[in-house]
Design a protein around this ligand. Structure first.
Ligand code: HEM
Length: 75
C-alpha cells in the first residue's frame, strides 16, 4: 500500500534508498537529517493541520513534495 503513510508499518522493507550494490551511500546521513527535521517540526508544531494545498515536485526522477503549508491545530 505505497500511497498510505503508516509510520508504524512493520516489517518495512521499503526501497526508498535503493537496494543492492548501488544502495544509497547517504542513507544514514539522510535518515539523520530527516530525524532532526521531524524533531524540530514537532517542537514548533506539535499538533498541526494543512494550511493550504501541498505542492508536488515536478520531476520524472524524484517523487516528492515541494511545499506543505502547515498551521497549529487542536486544543
Ligand atoms: C531522503 C534522501 C535520499 C534518498 C531518498 C536517496 C535515494 C537514493 C536511491 C534510491 C539511490 C539508488 C539509485 C540507483 O539505484 O541507481 C541512491 C544512491 C545514492 N545516493 Fe542517495 N538518497 C538520499 C540522500 C542522499 C544523500 C544525503 C547522499 C550524500 C550525502 C546520497 C548519496 C548517494 C550516492 C553517492 C548514491 C550512489 C550509490 C551507488 O551508485 O553506488 N544520497 N540514493
Amino acid at each position: 500500500r505505497p500511497h498510505r503513510l503508516d509510520l508504524t508499518r512493520t516489517p518495512n522493507p521499503h526501497v526508498s534508498f535503493g537496494d543492492g550494490p548501488h544502495v544509497c551511500l547517504g542513507a544514514h546521513f539522510a535518515r539523520l537529517q530527516l530525524r532532526v527535521l521531524h524533531e524540530e517540526a514537532l517542537r514548533l508544531l506539535p499538533v498541526c493541520a494543512l494550511a493550504g494545498p501541498p505542492r508536488r515536485l515536478v520531476s520524472n526522477f524524484v517523487n516528492g513534495i515541494k511545499s506543505l503549508p502547515l498551521e497549529p491545530a487542536g486544543p
